[in-house]
Design a protein. Structure first.
Length: 135
């Protein structure tokens, strides 16, 4: 395994991406959902979605940059829905820039869990409909 790894965890809301991310020891974990936390409470605001995705990307770049400057081994995990290939592109560009090995993992909801952020079923169904897999 390379000294620097980027793991993109993909899956619909409620699939368990956050839980899987926590299984990785010594990894830096980031999600766009992090930026919807207000005083320890998740508060989704669709008007902030693009801004929060940009914040997530910026935080990922900061993490990668620090690892390169420190010449450190580093595993960075980003767990977002990533239903479409283009949604991963900013992270793939950063991985190329900072010489990270990229791994994408799809987390399936085989356990029938529901979203911890109370994402409505129609929204999760829409995520399933648009979920793109490129093999």
């Amino acid at each position: 395994m390379a000294d620097r790894n980027l793991i993109l965890l993909r899956g619909v809301s409620g699939a368990g991406k956050s839980t899987v991310a926590e299984l990785f020891i010594d990894a830096h974990i980031i999600s766009t959902d992090d930026f919807f936390m207000v005083d320890g409470e998740y508060q989704f605001d669709a008007n902030s979605l693009i801004e929060n995705h940009l914040k997530c990307t910026a935080k990922a770049e900061q993490s990668m940059h620090c690892a390169v400057v420190d010449n450190a081994k580093h595993t960075l995990i980003i767990h977002n829905t990533f239903t479409k290939d283009w949604e991963m592109q900013p992270y793939l560009v950063l991985a190329d820039k900072y010489k990270y090995m990229v791994h994408t993992l799809i987390v399936e909801n085989r356990h029938g869990s529901e979203s911890i952020h109370d994402v409505p079923k129609p929204a999760v169904d829409a995520q399933r409909e648009r979920f793109e897999v490129i093999l």
